[in-house]
Design a protein around this ligand. Structure first.
Ligand code: CDP
Length: 294
């Protein structure tokens, strides 16, 4: 359903919100999830919408889409759904996945953070990175993901898992079958009974082969290395060249391991983000979900 620019012109944001409200009354929001897409130039409308209390969910989002002067109301259905976002290191998938989750007001799980947390534990406890040794300690490892924090046995290790040692070893650990078994199981449990975005390497192929929406985000290794280099959060004291080398090494390991290698699911939408901003990637994904860009 589209409320077009003609209807919106000259109206206050409150009046526009009321217009949307009239449209929403025609939809049974107890039976349907609704995604309202509001272009950047009408963003104040979003605040006014918050005061309307619907029995069901009403999702709002702001898109910058310059050409789109219309407000659209899409019915997404009520059932829970999974969005799988896979791709190589530093392709931007985590940032994109978080933003998508925010727009759709659904959960988000960073599966890479789980592999990193597992790796952190093994390194800290000096456990050899072999299936046999890991089996002995697996019962001692409790990983919780709470919002943006990664908790290992009660300790917040969100920053520590981004360190160099973990980054160097994580691909080796994630190639070990017992590690994948435990973490994939946990990812499925966490996702039960909710709509969720997961990002990783094997979400669309192994963890949720029946995910409703699948995306594979790539970019050239050089572009990805540059993004990681500029990313302050990575706090790695490394040159661009070193990051590029690390990243390429991890690409090779992740793509060639025997179990659940990194690869695009046949039914995933491929997004090459080399020349795209994060916002453009987010908008492309939202539009695919809305069914207007497939
Ligand atoms: O953020 P970055 O691209 O550096 O990687 P990450 O998403 O934090 O994942 C770290 C590592 O975990 C990857 O290089 C993979 O080896 C592994 N991983 C995996 O095997 N399967 C997943 N679903 C997610 C991550």
């Amino acid at each position: 359903m589209i409320i077009n620019n003609l209807k919106l012109e000259g109206k206050s944001s409150e009046d526009i919100a009321n217009l949307i409200y009239e449209e929403l009354k025609k939809i049974d929001t107890t039976k349907n999830n609704v995604l309202i897409t509001i272009p950047e130039n009408y963003k104040e409308v979003s605040n006014h919408l918050d005061k309307f209390n619907f029995e069901g969910f009403v999702k709002t989002s702001i898109l910058e889409d310059k050409d789109d002067k219309n407000i659209t109301i899409d019915i997404l259905g009520k059932e829970n759904f999974v969005i799988a976002i896979d791709g190589p290191s530093a392709s931007g998938k985590s940032t994109v996945a978080k933003e998508i989750a925010k727009i759709l007001d659904i959960s988000y799980l960073d599966t890479g953070a789980m592999y990193r947390a597992f790796t952190y534990y093994l390194l800290k406890e000096n456990i050899s990175l072999t299936e046999e040794e890991i089996k002995k300690v697996i019962g001692n490892i409790n990983i919780d993901i709470e919002k943006d924090s990664v908790i290992l046995n009660g300790e917040d290790i969100s920053k520590k898992i981004r360190g160099d040692e973990v980054t160097k070893n994580v691909s080796k650990v994630s190639a070990i079958s017992i590690v994948r078994e435990v973490l994939v199981d946990s990812q499925r449990n966490i996702s039960k009974g909710k709509s969720i975005v997961l990002d990783g390497r094997d979400i669309g192929t192994v963890v949720f082969p029946n995910a409703k929406y699948k995306f594979f985000i790539t970019a050239t290794a050089e572009e990805r290395a540059m993004r990681r280099f500029k990313d302050e959060k990575s706090s790695l004291n490394k040159s661009y060249e070193e990051i590029l080398e690390d990243l390429k090494a991890r690409d090779v390991l992740d793509s060639n391991r025997e179990i659940s290698p990194l690869r695009q699911a046949e039914d995933a939408h491929l997004i090459d983000s080399t020349e795209m901003t994060l916002r453009e990637v987010v908008e492309k994904i939202i539009n695919i979900i809305r069914g207007i860009d497939v």
